[in-house]
Design a protein around this ligand. Structure first.
Ligand code: B3K
Ligand code: ZN
Length: 872
């Protein structure tokens, strides 16, 4: 496979004025006729350039004509994924008829069937599985689409834009014509045909435009769409208020589909969603599920401006739309819920998963310099780190100037396909700042490390912070220049109050731009405790030699909520890392009472927000401890985690019980922030209590399982019982849960995930048995994720069994999926790619399985790229 480089970018030889599509959908095939008006691109240097069209090997080309003249095979060349037509005039219309088989499309890219309905997924390069086209984001065109299908089976026929015409044919078929008034790249094209129903609503924009809102699903799911509709209207309003962005069509549609490779897709006017990201109902959806629906609906809606109106020039610029849009949806979720809790959740994900990506074989910058398969680059780096990069601009410029920059960006580039440089330039222009060093965040991979020390000079009442930054070599890049790192700092006095800094502010953003740099604070009358990197102002690993007393002090007093949580994490990480060494050396484990006392204080502090208490009292995950470890000792980390949790639970059981009881309420379920907080604290308390394996707490969990009127409480109890040593009760609740929910596919997925993540030793056998269960469908990505991914990525103890059985299992899955659905196969591979982080023996077992996949033949580009980088 070819490597594609950013440095080789060339403008397209031809531009498209209009794209007309006609789909004849049938059970055993679809015929696609495209009529495309081309004009030579005046900016292309070579006036003789042939027209290069992308077309997947699966396309059966039935007819090709130019201005009505049919081409014969000698008039064009088809090699691999490309069709090349030479000797063309400056203006012409190309007609092309292709035959495709959506019913056999298991890759779920292009046009495919999901549960009896037709739907599309074209980002990044799926349109080339529909017809021959310049399938690149810088070719934007007006689309007109006619869909023809059997009226009874497919009463609903949708595409982008506005419906302009419709009619019946004699043979029981009908057609609908859609017109999209906004030019768009092919990756934003969408089509849906199915037996669907919808809920309707409307939204009036700030300038008075009436927008009809429709969310489609299968009839059985119609009662689970209200939350998505509410979230959509809130997003539309929020984007007007916060970014000045109005919606631009008369209709906005969302369709829920069951077979989908990722979360959702922002096709113009016709978003297509994985059911898991749009359906929500108290009885079937947990709190986190509601929040995910809210966030994903917002994310896809926000793309209408950051992605669709202004799109990417090429796929190296993917973070231009994704990083910015994740930032926008994170601001939205923060506004709708608790900003601190949202920040904690985002940072926890970044620090465990994105930092691990930076440290692994697929490390790449936010703007990659090369790729083999773009689908492999829908990563935490592009999305989450890309969001952090935009957030840093927001921090450096301030909210007001950032908004001016965003206005300028949208205004300057509306209707264009642009680059991350263009985005930063808009920010530079409105702020008058030189952001050239800042741009290294886009071009350099790796997680910078910042070591900070403090020095207090009592005589001159001066406090100095010395910072040293460096960035480790990554798989793709050996050396890095210093970044511009915004470090938000506060200084606490002996009472824990903020000391006023420059201009009376309590938080100052220091800009660290050199390998070594010092920052001086004057008029500091007592030696302060620094609060560093407040609100996680940069995606770095920052170290300061805090004592445990200082961390407890910050936990109690820091005015920055995020840093209070982070102090608790640092305290626990320090203690647990020492215990890991004790465990490895066979010493008896003893828990430092500082952690217990700190937790006791938090539990007793009635002034704290409940969601915050739950976050602060959640131990650093095994995944985070693994990321921090030099060499991952899965067993030691797992045993220490259990030991610490158990020691805390035993010491504080009466308090946890009180908290549990105080937060068990009979109120009707609501997914609002306060109720979510209450449930999260209650279920955290229950999880500590269950750690002790005392029958009285099992009784509590069983009672909750039986009485719960919402999925959050029911699933929390289910998980705790199923993962406990009470085997009879575990079997009982799993059986009754399935019995009750077997007709709800998304709930069944949760049931699969609970079993796949069971730390007890027989998990793999259970997972293999579940693959044969009636509830499992090996072609549905949601089922694969719930069972196989959860086992391999979350059940560390069992996946890393020293007999290598977990690795063998995963390799077997990938060998099958490589042919069936390469995108899913390549994603699933991730845990094995980290083999260098484990002990020599463990790593060798993992590597051997990678090699076995490598030798299995006929690798997809997706799997090939990840394998070759992992084995390099
Ligand atoms: N833009 C899509 C992602 C498409 C991924 C294709 N492999 C979803 C999103 O980020 O909004
Ligand atoms: Zn996105």
């Amino acid at each position: 496979p070819n490597v594609i480089y950013l440095k080789d970018y060339e403008v397209p030889a031809f531009l498209v004025e209009q794209t007309e599509l006609r789909f004849e959908l049938e059970e055993d095939q679809a015929l696609v006729r495209s009529q495309v008006r081309y004009a030579r691109n005046p900016e292309s240097s070579n006036r003789q350039h042939p027209l290069l069209l992308d077309g997947h090997e699966s396309l059966e080309l039935q007819r090709l004509s130019i201005d009505g003249e049919v081409l014969s095979e000698k008039d064009y060349r088809r090699v691999g994924e490309q069709l090349s037509i030479p000797n063309l005039p400056d203006h012409f219309t190309l007609e092309c008829i292709t035959r495709i088989e959506p019913q056999n499309n298991t890759a779920l890219e292009g046009l495919y069937k999901s549960d009896g309905m037709f739907c599309t997924q074209c980002e990044a390069e799926g349109f080339r599985r529909i017809t021959f086209y310049q399938d690149r984001p810088d070719v934007m065109a007006l689309f007109e689409t006619i869909v023809v299908a059997d009226k009874q089976r497919y009463p609903v026929l949708l595409s982008n834009g506005n419906m302009v015409d419709a009619g019946d044919e004699d043979d029981g078929r009908h057609w609908v014509k859609w017109q999209d008034p906004f030019p768009k790249p092919a990756y934003l094209f969408a089509l849906v045909a199915g037996d669907l129903e919808c809920i309707d609503d409307r939204f009036t924009t700030a300038s008075g435009r009436h927008v009809s809102l429709k969310i489609f699903a299968e009839t059985k799911d119609l009662d689970k769409l209200d939350y998505a509709m509410t979230s959509l209207k809130q997003s539309m309003k929020w984007d007007e208020e916060v970014y000045g962005r109005e919606y631009d069509l008369d209709i906005f549609m969302i369709v829920a589909v069951d077979f989908f490779n990722m979360g959702a897709m922002e096709n113009k006017g016709l978003n297509i969603f994985n059911t898991s990201c749009v359906l929500a109902h108290p009885e079937t959806t947990v709190d986190a599920g509601f929040q995910r629906v809210e966030a994903v609906v917002a994310h896809e809606y926000f793309h209408n401006w950051s992605g669709n109106r202004v799109t990417c020039r090429d796929w190296f610029q993917l973070s231009l739309k994704e990083g910015f849009t994740v930032f926008r949806d994170s601001q939205f979720s923060a506004d709708m819920n608790s900003p601190t809790v949202k920040r904690i959740e985002d940072v926890a994900l970044l620090r465990t998963a994105q930092f691990a990506e930076d440290a692994g074989p697929m490390a790449h910058p936010v703007r990659p310099a090369s790729f083999i398969e773009i689908s492999n680059f829908y990563t935490l780096t592009i999305y989450e780190k890309g969001c952090e990069v935009v957030r840093m601009l927001h921090t450096l410029l301030g909210a007001e100037t950032f908004r001016k920059g965003s206005d300028l960006y949208f205004d300057r580039h509306d209707g264009q396909a642009v680059t991350t440089d263009d985005f930063v330039q808009a920010m530079a222009d409105v702020s008058g700042r030189d952001l050239s060093r800042f741009k290294l965040w886009y071009s350099q991979s790796g997680t910078p490390q910042v070591s900070v020390t403090g020095e207090y000079d009592a005589e001159h009442q001066r406090y100095t912070l010395h910072m040293r930054q460096s960035c480790p070599a990554t798989a793709d890049m050996a050396t890095k220049q210093p970044f511009l790192i915004p470090v938000a700092v506060g200084l606490l006095d002996a009472q824990g109050d903020d000391i006023p800094l420059t201009g009376g502010q309590t938080t100052e953003v220091l800009e660290c731009v050199a390998a070594e740099q010092s920052f001086v604070f004057d008029n500091i009358t007592v030696e302060p405790t620094p609060s560093l990197l407040r609100d996680f102002s940069a995606p770095v690993k920052l170290r300061f030699p805090y004592s445990r007393e200082q961390l407890v002090f910050l936990m109690q007093h820091d005015s920055d909520g995020f840093n209070r949580w982070d102090a608790a994490q640092q305290l626990a990480v320090g203690i647990m890392s020492e215990l890991v060494v004790d465990y490895q050396q066979g010493r008896t484990l003893v828990l430092d009472s500082a952690l217990i006392e700190a937790y006791r204080q938090i539990l007793n502090d009635a002034s704290l927000d409940k969601a915050m208490v739950a976050k602060v009292l959640t131990l650093p995950s095994e995944a985070y401890l693994s990321e921090l470890a030099e060499v991952i000792d899965v067993d030691a980390i797992h045993q220490v985690h259990r030991f610490v949790k158990d020691a805390i639970a035993t010491a504080l059981a009466p308090l946890f019980l009180q908290v549990y009881q105080a937060n068990t309420s009979a109120e009707e379920y609501s997914p609002d922030a306060t109720s979510v907080a209450r449930r999260s604290l209650k279920n955290l308390a229950l999880s500590y209590l269950m750690t002790t394996e005392q029958p009285e707490y099992l009784a509590l969990a069983l009672q909750q399982f039986k009485q719960a009127d919402n999925m959050t409480d029911s699933q929390a109890a289910l998980t705790l019982i199923a993962h406990s040593g009470f085997e009879a009760e575990a079997a009982e609740v799993l059986a009754s849960f399935y019995q009750r929910w077997q007709s709800e596919s998304l709930v069944v997925n949760q049931w699969l995930a609970v079993q796949a993540s069971d730390p007890k030793p027989d998990a793999l056998a259970r997972v293999e048995a579940l693959q044969q269960h009636e509830a499992y469908d090996a072609s549905n990505p949601n089922k694969i994720r719930s069972l196989v991914s959860v086992f391999c990525a979350q059940n560390m103890q069992n996946f890393h069994n020293s007999d290598g059985s977990g690795y063998r299992f995963l390799a077997d899955q990938i060998i099958v999926l490589n042919k069936q659905n390469p995108q899913i196969a390549s994603r699933l591979l991730t845990p094995l790619t980290r083999w260098k982080k484990y002990s020599a023996e463990q790593g060798a077992l993992m590597k051997a399985e990678l090699q076995r996949i490598n030798n299995s033949g006929d690798l997809s580009r997706d799997v090939f790229e990840v394998l070759s980088k992992s084995l390099a």
